[in-house]
Ligand binder design. Structure first.
Ligand code: SF4
Length: 230
């Protein structure tokens, strides 16, 4: 379990809760719009935070923090995530897990063992354009579909979200995503934000009017859909 960054306190990362956010190193995807490229690629450059240091902090903050937000990178590629989350749960914390959804078996196991309280999963794009959007040509979307299906079944509170990029998402993609996750409890569209740490340069975001149109399209099948980060 390699954690390379810790935000000790946040009221935003785990909505409704005071949380500590932990960032794991590495990811199995290479999304061109990823703004965590240093965490995903240059993992050797960053300091690894000893787990005992994290446990000590969480022990000290009992009663002050409600939970942790585990994000990355992709937390599910970490060996020892089960042991880590068991320890966090024993300390009495809620766990929000952010994932790209490519490990449906592990996701199901963590949920059935009560190691997570809330799942935030990316829907990168329509199934047809997944490979292009995660930076892996020909990516087989089967595992993503299994995770989506499992979360839609209501096994645990969850949300889906899509980072919208002008070069990657078109009207037909929003229509397809809406049909795919029809009836989802929570779904957010968020605009791509350019930054120095982004995986690939030259990408753009849509303006407010197009984002609003995209929202209306997905709402035909996902009435809960909202824009986030405005
Ligand atoms: S956006 Fe998420 S899934 Fe994509 S490369 Fe970055 S950390 Fe991995």
């Amino acid at each position: 379990m390699v954690i390379q960054c810790m935000k000790k306190f946040s009221l935003l990362d785990y909505p409704g809760k005071a949380a500590c956010t932990l960032y794991t190193a590495g990811c199995n995807f290479r999304c061109p719009y990823c703004y965590s490229a240093p965490l995903v690629i240059d993992t050797h450059k960053n300091r690894e935070i000893p787990l005992e240091e994290i446990y000590r902090y969480l022990e000290k903050c009992k009663g002050l923090l409600d939970g942790i937000c585990l994000t990355g990178g992709e937390p599910m590629i970490q060996h020892g995530i089960e042991d880590f989350l068991s320890r966090v749960r024993e300390l009495g914390y809620e766990v929000r897990l952010e994932t790209n959804g490519s490990f449906p078996g592990k996701l199901r196991r963590l949920i059935s063992e009560g190691l997570v309280s809330y799942i935030a999963m990316d829907i990168k794009n329509s199934r047809e354009r997944y490979g292009e959007t995660v930076g892996i040509e020909g990516y087989d979307v089967e595992n993503i579909c299994r995770s989506v299906e499992y979360l839609l079944s209501g096994a645990i509170p969850y949300e889906f979200s899509t980072t919208v990029v002008l070069e990657l998402h078109q009207r037909s993609d929003f229509e397809a995503i809406g049909r795919w996750i029809a009836g989802a409890k929570r779904y957010y569209l968020q605009r791509y934000l350019d930054s120095e740490s982004v995986m690939q340069g030259g990408l753009h975001r849509y303006n407010d009017s197009i984002m609003q149109q995209a929202l209306e399209i997905v709402r035909e099948n996902v009435p809960s859909a909202k824009l986030r980060g405005w």
